[in-house]
Write a protein that binds this ligand. Structure first.
Ligand code: FAD
Ligand code: AMP
Length: 477
């Protein structure tokens, strides 16, 4: 007789480990299967996010930003520092330590909550049975009343740029031991821009090649235009409508061929990062008799509440439709665990924040102006530039703005877009406001501490009806 669980989760990323903890909190007998193994053969929990995604990238962004500040901003404050230099191996060791602490923390949380951690590759068989193959090839089959698939995603590889020592994906770019003199990045998406920024700040000459004509096409275009201006000022050479068609590694250099509006082009770089998107991980996951369907793009098909077509089999996170974001994966994990326990939780997909952790940061929630126009929804706009914020001036961080879009008739907030200092933190205010169905006036009537960067949110809300105090506005009402 194989051991039986109320819930077996396959994958211990931010989707899977959160789902497992919540299920155990709700009194369900829960196991979480993870195949990732470290050099000493131990299971690695935390998935892409903790090991090779959100956390290590933010650690490097933080370190490289500090270097940038020491080199360019300290002088402005009167701080005299000489011979500022980066010890790349120390920076990497700090990052690795943060990752180790966090992933180890999940193992402790599993223990504390009574989640059984199973090390091996999971495969869903028919009848909600999960076959687990361990590192030595041993196979164990477990039974479950519910299975949650949370196998995440992996970097997309493209035929013109096969990976090698010099052509790397995001995981390789997080582990460079030296600063490449010339660095190419294919793809001006979130990951390409963040990793390009890290190495540019450390001294690389960075060229970003992006096939699309519009920069950050899914971002509000007023914000995207400002971002393009700022990144270019920082030295990122972003070439749009530039589609990479081939690469060749010769004598330690990568020749990159691409086409743009002018025809065939070529650059030579020391390292090339391929950051063209991510694909769901479903290989060797589903036995033929599991009955679980994929959708037309290869993601596991799920409905609005993360149920697959097979009763009792659920799927969450990057392996299903929707934004590939850690917090989206975690929220889906909580919702599924609660639904299994008989509750009626739901993810509000209209209120998921996005962040790009460049400098300045970009963050948004809800609809862009372009989306509102396309959908024929009438709206008012309120913007407030950080250049008019006392706190931003004190912090020497005056670039960017807060932009609020509210329905013309009801004043309900439809979108909040921020480019500027601490945008990743401030966007939570927009998310909370939208989650509570707030109007722009509700925010305008709220008291914000002075002096704070958040006052820019307040002023943008006031600006929706033409009443901003600290900028001259044409009177609307
Ligand atoms: P994953 O984190 O991919 O975890 C899936 C887990 O399942 C993995 O551990 C894998 O080993 C395991 N697995 C797969 N198949 C099996 C199997 N058959 N059996 C057992 N285990 C299996 N998102 C943000 O929200 N904010 C950010 O700042 C951010 N930065 C990022 C930076 C980079 C460089 C990258 C690459 C991604 C970033 N992301 C960010 C995206 C974020 O990492 C993902 O959205 C998130 O990790 C998805 O969580 P998940 O649980 O669905 O999958
Ligand atoms: P994202 O999906 O947000 O990670 O962004 C990936 C980006 O890579 C998208 O903007 C794509 O347009 C871009 N991209 C994909 N293939 C190529 C290519 N061959 N050359 C240049 N850019 C590409």
């Amino acid at each position: 007789m194989s051991e039986k669980f109320d819930v077996i989760v396959i994958g211990a990323g931010p989707g899977g480990y959160v789902a497992a903890i919540r299920a155990a909190q709700l009194g369900l007998k829960t196991a979480c299967v993870e195949k990732w193994t470290n050099e000493s053969g131990k299971a690695v929990l935390g998935g892409t996010c903790l090991n090779v995604g959100c956390i290590p990238s933010k650690a490097l962004l933080e370190s490289s930003h500090k270097l940038e500040e020491a080199r360019h901003d300290f002088d402005l404050h009167g701080i005299q520092v000489k011979d500022v230099a980066m010890d790349v191996s120390k920076m990497q060791a700090r990052k690795d330590n943060i990752v180790k602490n966090l992933t180890g923390g999940i193992a402790s949380l599993f223990k504390a909550n009574g989640v059984t951690s199973i090390h091996g590759a999971g495969r869903l068989l028919g009848g909600k049975r999960v076959e687990v193959t361990d590192a030595k090839g041993g196979v164990t089959v477990y039974d479950a009343d519910n299975v949650i698939i949370a196998t995440g995603s992996k970097p997309v590889e493209i035929p013109p740029a096969p990976l090698s020592e010099h052509v790397v994906d995001s995981t390789g770019a997080l582990a460079f031991t030296d600063v490449p003199k010339k660095l190419g990045v294919i793809g001006a998406g979130v990951i390409g821009l963040e990793l390009g920024s890290v190495w540019a700040r450390l001294g690389s000459e960075v060229v970003v090649l992006e096939a699309q004509e519009n920069f950050l096409a899914s971002v509000d275009q007023q914000i995207a235009k400002e971002a393009f201006k700022q990144y270019t000022k920082q030295g990122l050479d972003i070439r749009l409508k530039a589609r990479v068609t081939g690469t060749e590694v010769k004598r330690g250099q990568v020749k990159v061929n691409y086409t743009d509006a002018k025809g065939e082009q070529e650059i030579k770089v020391d390292k090339l990062i391929v950051a063209v998107g991510r694909a769901p991980v479903t290989d060797q996951l589903l036995a033929a008799d599991s009955g679980v369907n994929l959708d037309e793009r290869g993601f596991i098909y799920v409905n609005d509440t993360c149920q697959t077509n097979m009763p009792g089999v659920w799927a969450i996170g990057d392996v299903v439709r929707g934004p590939m974001l850690a917090h989206k994966a975690s929220e889906e994990g909580i919702v599924v665990a609660e639904r299994i326990a008989g509750q009626h939780a739901q993810v509000n997909y209209d209120c998921i924040p996005w962040v790009i952790y460049t400098h300045p940061e970009i963050a948004w929630v809800g609809k862009t102006e372009e989306q509102l126009k396309a959908q024929g929804i009438p709206y008012n706009i309120g913007t407030f530039p950080f250049a008019a914020s006392g706190r931003a001036m004190a912090a020497n961080a005056t670039m960017g703005m807060v932009k609020i879009l509210a329905h013309e008739k009801t004043d309900r907030i439809l979108g909040v877009h921020i480019i500027g200092p601490q945008a990743s933190e401030m966007i939570a205010q927009g998310v909370i406001a939208m989650e509570f169905g707030s109007s722009a006036e509700d925010l305008a009537l709220t008291v914000f501490a002075h002096p704070t960067l958040s006052e820019a949110v307040h002023e943008a809300a006031l600006a929706v009806s033409g009443h901003a105090i600290h900028i001259a506005q044409r009177k609307r009402k």
